[in-house]
Write a protein that binds this ligand. Structure first.
Ligand SMILES: Cc1ncc(COP(=O)(O)O)c(C=O)c1O
Length: 372
């Protein structure tokens, strides 16, 4: 009997959440309102009482974080070339210059020694990315930021539920940006949240989120800032409210599945496995780097034929035409380039069965044995 297709990820949304969404839809108030406030309060509680504002994407959160940090034209922002392109695009969006520092080939996260080397008098901020949920070393990161007087906008889009030395990502630090895109560990379909370093920034954050508008009294309205249209809807927030209580159980299940991958994945196939971190990472993804002899497109196609979805997260950003046209070129960030060409995301999501991991490992073995 043919097995069901196993995607590389799939959200888990319970019936109570679905019923809750129906209630919001019937309530007559479907855009930003009481559910957004409730979701933000729950996120703030998760982040140790820090001020959190929700957005309609984890791209908007990064952009607003940069704006609130005062980053703009003439400034340089250092980030990783191995991330979703949003991480660098937001730097261009605010008129600043992206500066890349290559990744560490083992963690696949930005190499903090190379960050230090890339700092110039124009550097204003750092955007570290916790790829696959594995946190960048927060001690070293904030040591650099303090010594060099730099702002940090943590791109923790993939790190909701991760921690650093027992403290939840989001509960400390400068700006912290989360995404609740459908693939993330908790979702609002699309959405994001920005943790603010200081509650006094909340009003400015809300202005930038919605057209710069400030309302007073029954009918007062003023606009003194150019804001965007980045608000989350109550429909989306209700999904987030239903997801949040499952975070710990989702993370635990992801960890179990990741452990099984380490037990079952054939080490003789020449693949690089991720760092086996069972303390800090939320196991947002389980990513292997294929051996050089294997064409990733063939591996993906053959896995699909075997009923298994494989993702690509991500090609190196500086090699996209948008960035090549700004002077970046092949050879500048060799680790990110090599990993970006050969990285493959295997299925990992809370509703997966142990047997699914075994199936992925067996299919990978058959396909890669033939390819190498
Ligand atoms: C590392 C990283 N940064 C930023 C984003 C942007 O988030 P969103 O898709 O919610 O705009 C994502 C989402 O895929 C991401 O993975």
């Amino acid at each position: 009997m043919a097995q069901d297709f196993l995607p590389f990820t799939r959200p888990s949304i319970d019936e109570a959440t679905i019923a809750g969404v129906v209630e919001v839809l019937r309530s007559g108030w479907i855009t930003s309102g009481p559910k957004v406030k409730e979701f933000e309060a729950a996120l703030s509680a998760y982040c140790g009482g820090r001020t959190v504002r929700s957005f309609n994407s984890g791209t908007a959160t990064l952009e607003i974080g940069l704006r609130l940090a005062g980053v703009g034209p003439g400034d340089e922002v250092i980030t990783t070339p191995l991330s979703w392109v949003a991480t660098a695009n937001v730097i261009l969006e605010v008129g600043a210059k992206p500066v890349f520092a290559d990744v560490d080939p083992v963690t696949r996260n930005i190499d903090l020694d190379l960050v230090e080397a890339a700092i110039t008098p124009k550097t204003r901020a750092l955007i570290p990315v916790d790829l696959a949920g594995l946190p960048v070393d927060r001690d070293r990161l904030y040591d650099i930021a303090r010594r060099r007087n730099l702002r940090v906008i943590e791109d923790a889009a993939q790190a909701f539920g991760s921690s650093w030395k027992g403290r939840a990502i989001g509960s400390f630090g400068d700006f912290v940006s989360f995404s609740f895109h459908a693939n993330k560990n908790i979702t609002t379909t699309e959405g994001g949240a920005l943790v603010l370093p200081d509650a006094s920034l909340a009003a400015a954050c809300e202005k930038l989120r919605l057209q710069g508008v400030v309302r007073t009294g029954e009918d007062g309205m003023e606009v003194d800032t150019l804001g965007g249209k980045f608000n989350l809807t109550d429909v989306a927030a209700r999904i987030g409210i239903g997801q949040l209580p499952h975070l710990a159980e989702f993370t635990e299940r992801r960890r179990q599945l990741a452990r099984r991958y380490f037990e079952r994945f054939d080490r003789d196939l020449g693949c690089e496995l991720p760092v086996a971190d069972f303390e800090n990472s939320n196991w947002h993804m389980f990513q292997i780097v294929l051996p050089p002899a294997v064409k990733r497109a063939d591996f993906i196609a053959r896995m699909r034929a075997a009923g298994i979805g494989v993702g690509v997260h991500y090609p190196a950003i500086h090699l996209f035409a948008l960035y090549r046209n700004r002077g970046f070129r092949e050879g500048q960030f060799p680790h990110a380039e090599r990993i970006g060409r050969s990285i493959a995301t295997l299925p990992l999501f809370p509703a997966m069965a142990d047997a699914d991991v075994d199936r992925v490992c067996a299919a990978s073995r058959t396909i890669l044995r033939e390819a190498i």
